[in-house]
Design a protein around this ligand. Structure first.
Ligand code: UD1
Length: 345
């Protein structure tokens, strides 16, 4: 059994870290291909070193570009690698351009594709990630779903073959690394604070939405720590950043887990951060008009408010009800072990 795992963006490094450990423990040979979609040391290298991910067998060094340039360049370079290597499986994660490029190349070379985090839907086709997910799910041979909601979405699209409910590998990662994160020295000791992230195109590329979010931040009663994705960093320079917002460089995974745990609330447009907040019992406010992770919204633990100043402020003043929602688990095993079992049987 010889697996090629393709990763390229920050959340994929985190997911691949826990599955790589499980594959190694099961004696499976895995080679990692880094597409180079994320290339800044703080967006890439730090994750490999901190999470103990095996060094990539190759880096396609694709870098930034338009969607077509980025995806097309990845496909051309990945095809060359796969024609030489001919693995038994290609393992892909999530919904980025790296995911789509790998699934397309693998399928056309008749190399089976396994998709981790299959079946997620926002039902918003203006999101590039939604297009990537739908196409990847349609052409994958094994579809590993984190939740039963994801299984249902695939059923509704007529996809049932190769579909498995595995639980969520990000829950494995959160549990495994949260303990280490507790021992991690916090670099931003200001307390109390809210933790915010903004990187989705729908917010960064729409000045009205970004302005409205920043206005909400300016009216909050606490410091907001805002680790900034390079995309947002270059855009936000044209805006007035409120005095109570502390902008910091992108943070490592352990640092992020410590920040989430210490924060009073999380405000984000990220997918993964919504879940991590709930698993770490920090209420979340999602700066998007919809979420793929509907389980997180139970008891108002995650409030989906879009980019309206008033709605964001109201959500910050609303506390969740009852215990944190539980999701992403399957009985008796972990998602990483279940994925490893399914790939090897
Ligand atoms: C990508 C994924 C998104 C995921 C996010 C995680 C797609 C379509 N989107 O979005 O689903 O949530 O990763 O972070 O694949 N840049 C740098 N240095 C880097 C990486 C990016 O400066 O190391 C800048 C470049 O200007 C680039 C822009 O950020 O053009 C956007 O990067 P890109 O990888 O295209 O998409 P993300 O916004 O990171």
């Amino acid at each position: 059994m010889d697996i090629v795992t393709v990763v390229g963006a920050r959340p994929q490094f985190i997911k691949a870290a826990v599955v790589s450990h499980a594959l190694l423990a099961a004696g499976v040979q895995e080679r990692i291909v880094h597409t180079g979609q994320h290339y800044d040391p703080g967006m890439s290298d730090i994750f490999f070193s901190q999470l103990g991910i095996p060094a990539p067998d190759t880096n396609l060094e694709v870098g930034s570009g338009t969607h077509a340039t980025q995806t097309g360049t990845m496909m051309i370079r990945l095809e060359k690698y796969l024609l030489e290597q001919r693995p038994d499986w290609i393992l892909v994660y999530g919904d980025t351009n790296s995911t789509l490029a790998s699934a397309l190349v693998g399928t056309k070379l008749n190399i089976p594709v396994a998709h981790v985090e299959a079946g997620l839907r926002s039902f918003n086709m203006r999101m590039p990630e939604e297009v990537n997910r739908i196409v990847t799910d349609r052409i994958s041979d094994l579809l590993f779903c984190p939740t039963s909601t994801a299984v249902r979405h695939l059923e509704n699209e007529g996809i049932s073959q190769g579909v498995h409910l595995t639980g969520d590998v990000m829950l494995d990662a959160t549990r495994f690394f949260a303990e280490r994160a507790q021992r991690f020295e916090m670099v931003y000791p200001e307390s109390p604070f809210y933790l915010a992230t903004i990187h989705r195109a729908e917010n960064t590329d729409d000045p009205d939405r970004l302005q409205s979010i920043l206005k909400a931040f300016s009216l909050m009663d606490q410091t907001i720590i805002l680790p900034l994705h390079p995309r947002t960093k270059s855009i936000i320079e044209a805006f007035h950043v409120p005095n109570n917002v502390t902008i910091v460089d992108p943070v490592s995974y352990l640092e992020m887990l410590s920040l989430i745990t210490a924060a009073d609330k999380v405000l984000t447009d990220s997918g993964g951060l919504q879940k991590e907040a709930i698993w770490l019992s920090t209420p979340c406010i999602t700066l998007r008009d919809e979420t793929e992770w509907v389980e997180t919204t139970n008891g108002k633990w995650n409030q989906i408010v879009g980019a309206h100043t008033e709605s964001i402020l109201k959500a910050v003043q609303t506390d969740p009800e009852g215990a944190c929602p539980v999701f992403g688990e399957i009985p008796g095993t972990t998602a990483s072990n279940e994925i490893t079992r399914l790939l090897t049987t």
